[in-house]
Design a protein around this ligand. Structure first.
Ligand code: DC
Length: 218
């Protein structure tokens, strides 16, 4: 079963790149951030306090989350658009820091890969914790300015405000105790700041073919 892990901070271009890598390799694509966003949306709709780890964990365990390509469903409802709103973005890192939430999501992510027979998986802890034996691990970064500008061109809004939101999410994601955002020791670092999507995708596909070539010959 083949797994390509693509981790990195918000706005580094993970989704765009991961989808293209999936197309180029014929593997299915899993956006694990969408799963955490579904939980955040469920928590916001429930009125439960976002800092209550046990109550939020219970919501994560009982929510029926279906993520396929760009489409996300929560308890049978299409939430693909609503999970991208600034309201969800501003609380998702808080709920994603709770271990009961992470335990539930890891279980679902591994099950997803079993059912789909592999995939290109993007997130924050894929190469370090969820699939530590992934065939290829990429840590995708870009400068804070580039990341903020990309988000603004996707969703609109004020650059300074979005830059502040990204910086705050990075801070929470990389300082939490449970599976913080960090590169795996054997990850290949790719900086997308000054490169086109095609260049980044080609580099990753090239690394993947190398790895596969070695595996097939070994
Ligand atoms: O990739 P994204 O911006 O949609 O992710 C939303 C949030 O979900 C992110 O701020 C942290 C969390 N997340 C995580 O903790 N672990 C993952 N594997 C994916 C996302």
């Amino acid at each position: 079963m083949t797994v390509i892990a693509i981790d990195g901070p918000a706005g580094a271009g993970k989704s765009t790149v991961a989808k293209q890598v999936a197309l180029a390799t014929g593997l299915p694509y899993l956006d694990t951030g969408a799963m955490y966003r579904c939980v955040a949306h469920a928590v916001m709709s429930s009125g439960v306090n976002t800092v209550d780890a046990e109550a939020v964990g219970e919501i994560a365990r009982s929510a029926r989350i279906v993520v396929e390509s760009d489409r996300s469903e929560l308890n049978g409802v299409d939430v693909s658009q609503v999970i991208r709103t600034p309201e969800v973005s501003s609380v998702v890192s808080i709920i994603a820091a709770h271990s009961p939430v992470r335990d539930a999501m890891r279980l679902q992510q591994r099950r997803w890969i079993d059912i789909h027979g592999g995939g290109v998986v993007e997130g924050r802890d894929i190469g370090t914790v969820v699939f530590p034996r992934a065939d290829l691990k990429i840590f995708l970064t870009a400068s804070p300015e580039v990341r903020a500008e990309r988000r603004v061109s996707q969703t609109g809004g004020d650059v300074a405000q979005i830059a502040a939101n990204i910086a705050e999410r990075d801070r929470i994601d990389s300082t939490r105790e449970d599976s913080p955002l960090r590169p795996a020791d054997d990850a290949i670092h790719v900086d997308s700041s000054r490169r086109t999507i095609d260049e980044v995708v080609n580099e990753i596909v090239h690394h993947f073919r190398n790895v596969k070539g070695h595996q097939d010959n070994g």
